[in-house]
Design a protein around this ligand. Structure first.
Ligand SMILES: [Zn+2]
Length: 220
């Protein structure tokens, strides 16, 4: 099954992707990971991408699409993939469709995990880290003494990414980019919406149940 996973930061997308990948036996393709691997490996595309990133520019769509195309040529993608982090924009989605159409393929389902912004802010801004590597959450996994690590007694801190203002900024960017993308796939009848504010395993079950019904259509 060729699948795209959409969801804001803090929606539990990584966990869902891991379970779906194991259950459906198709690779989880995180474009963030591919970029890092290409840059680390010094591939021509990696070097090209790096030149944009280093000068503070966005990597152009055609470079991103080429990097994805190379990954999809690998054998493990023969029976499908779970795409995470791509496409991010409608032009990328159009290029992706064109790329898949060459060998007569297409995106079959787009899983859209939605969570209200206020819930995401609460989830992410409650995270606390310790320099010893342990992590806490003020609601779900609090330390015994407020703001102090249970193991090493150090003061806990908030990652820059988890600061409320940063989260709100990331969510704003996400919504701006993703709304047109959701519309694009909605018009193609590919969107399946799931409520990501439920416990992660409940959402996983709902996704798998819905896919089971859809899978019957894909037996080709
Ligand atoms: Zn500690």
């Amino acid at each position: 099954m060729r699948m795209i996973l959409l969801g804001p930061p803090g929606a539990g997308k990584g966990t869902q992707a891991a379970v779906l990948s194991a259950t459906l036996k198709i690779p989880h393709i995180s474009t963030g990971d591919i970029f890092r691997a290409n840059i680390k490996g010094g591939t021509p595309l990696g070097l090209l991408a790096k030149s944009y990133i280093d000068s503070g520019k966005l990597v152009p769509d055609d470079v991103t699409v080429d990097i994805v195309a190379n990954r999809l040529k690998e054998e493990d993608c023969a029976s499908g993939f779970i795409m995470d982090g791509f496409p991010r924009t409608v032009p990328q989605a159009v290029m992706f469709d064109e790329m898949l159409a060459k060998p007569g393929k297409k995106v079959e389902v787009v899983i859209n995990i939605t969570v209200e912004d206020s819930i995401i802010v609460k989830r992410l801004s409650g995270r606390r880290m310790c320099s010893c590597g342990r992590t806490y959450h003020i609601d779900n996994n609090p330390p015994k003494v407020e703001e102090i690590c249970d193991f090493c007694n150090s003061s806990l801190y908030i990652r820059d990414d988890d600061k409320e203002e940063t989260i709100k900024e990331r969510l704003k960017t996400y919504h701006e980019q993703t709304s047109p993308l959701v519309d694009y796939y909605q018009e193609k009848g590919l969107i399946m919406n799931f409520d990501g504010s439920k416990p992660i395993d409940v959402t996983t079950r709902e996704i798998l149940d819905s896919l089971k019904n859809k899978l019957i259509d894909f037996e080709d």
